[in-house]
Design a protein around this ligand. Structure first.
Ligand SMILES: [Cu+2]
Length: 406
């Protein structure tokens, strides 16, 4: 009879397997079939290969176990001694050779289809950088004068991200233990935790969309499982990909950066919003108009003078969204990689040097000059010069958009 603990273990395992459909779903083993024709081809290719491997496995292990059991020593069999059987050697060379050729034919067909970006209706340039995606609309049905580009950044609330860290009792060095939530009551993680962004990539359904993928800093990879596309974003290179979401499958598709790209690799998700063509065109027109207005506002902000209070308020928000990932909300940074801005010689030194490093970047510090409008840059820099007890040595505590635009 089995001992009691063992029986309990088996009963427990059985109960887990039977009762937890949702747990089983989370442990789905197969690939996702996805929504595009390419993803379907990739899925079927994977299936085909898997069955090939299963068949080979059955033949090889079958022969092995048959031989071991049927000809075992206890039945009086003697080991055969032979060397250099030409027949066997030719067989085990030629058979795998033909199997590989048979596998290569469908695989090559799918690879060629994946890389055929001809006749696309829309071309979008995708640039990865630590840790955000930049989408640039280059060409829609022959119109290359679109003038629309934007950044797509994670927008899962910081407090949700801090929840597990807080639960484990871990805190960044130097951070006040309960700086966010003295009650320890962190919000639940949402349904799309760390898979949500401020501005999704919007594409039309029923159209072939070509993606040109590159990077500004390190290697990233743009991966949307439902489209079965995943390509490295490499600085100095442009990789091509495409997707055509069927007209009956509009919706939100989510993916992630798939190349370990640094500290916040897990925090640069991808969200694609596939809309019917008419809706896409409506969105495109309004996004172009919004960008035009933003450009005009940015240009006119340079002529205006803003109060310190206004700049500080906008600066704090923008700092948390743009800079806190590296320099931390409390300005302490994560030395030695990410310097503290609280008490930093640059953040409290000559305004011109402070502006220069934020606009132009330095080593692992990204350049923000082309990313943020002058008013937002001025607000962030003003904030940094006054927050966390900072006091500018040159007395310039307010930086205006026109100082940044120079
Ligand atoms: Cu990345």
């Amino acid at each position: 009879m089995q001992s009691l603990p063992k029986r309990c273990l088996w009963a427990g395992l059985g109960a887990v397997v039977i009762s937890s459909n949702s747990a089983l779903a989370a442990w789905q083993l197969d690939m996702t079939p996805g929504v595009t024709s390419i993803s379907e081809q990739v899925f079927n290719l994977h299936r085909t290969m898997l069955w090939w491997c299963v068949a080979i496995g059955i033949v090889v292990f079958g022969a092995m176990f048959y031989s071991m059991l049927k000809h075992r020593k206890s039945k009086g069999h003697k080991a055969a001694h032979f060397h250099e059987s030409t027949t066997v050697e030719i067989f085990w060379t030629v058979a795998p050779f033909f199997i590989l050729i048979l596998m290569a034919i469908p695989a090559t067909r799918v690879l060629i289809a994946m890389s055929d970006t001809s006749d696309s209706a829309l071309t979008i340039k995708i640039t990865g950088s630590q840790w955000k995606w930049h989408y640039q609309y280059l060409d829609y049905q022959g119109n290359t004068d679109i003038n629309l580009d934007y950044y797509s950044v994670l927008n899962t609330p910081r407090e949700q991200i801090d929840r597990p860290v807080r639960a484990a009792g871990l805190f960044p060095k130097g951070a006040a233990k309960d700086s966010y939530r003295p009650d320890g009551n962190y919000p639940e993680q949402g349904e799309n935790y760390n898979l949500e962004v401020d501005h999704p990539l919007v594409i039309p359904t029923g159209k072939k969309v070509r993606f040109l993928i590159t990077s500004d800093d390190v290697i990233h990879a743009w991966w949307v499982p439902d489209f079965a596309i995943k390509k490295d974003a490499i600085p100095g290179f442009i990789n091509e990909l495409w997707a055509n979401v069927p007209e009956d499958k509009p919706g939100i598709y989510r993916g992630q950066c798939a190349e370990l790209c640094g500290k916040d690799h897990a925090f640069m998700p991808i969200v694609v919003d596939a809309r019917p063509q008419a809706e896409f065109e409506k969105w495109l027109a309004s996004a172009q108009e919004a960008q035009k207005q933003a450009d005009i506002a940015a240009a006119s902000s340079v002529d205006k003078t803003f109060s310190k209070d206004e700049l500080m308020a906008e600066g704090e928000k923008a700092y948390l969204a743009r800079c806190a990932a590296c320099h931390q909300a409390n300005g302490q940074g994560l030395p030695p990689t990410f310097p503290a801005l609280a008490g930093s010689a640059i953040a409290t030194g000559a305004a011109a040097d402070h502006i220069a490093i934020v606009k132009n970047g330095k080593n692992a510090m990204p350049a923000f000059g082309a990313v943020l409008p002058p008013k937002e840059l001025a607000a962030i820099i003003t904030y940094e010069r006054n927050a966390w007890g900072n006091k500018p040595a040159d007395g310039v505590d307010v930086v205006q958009p026109r100082d940044v635009a120079k």
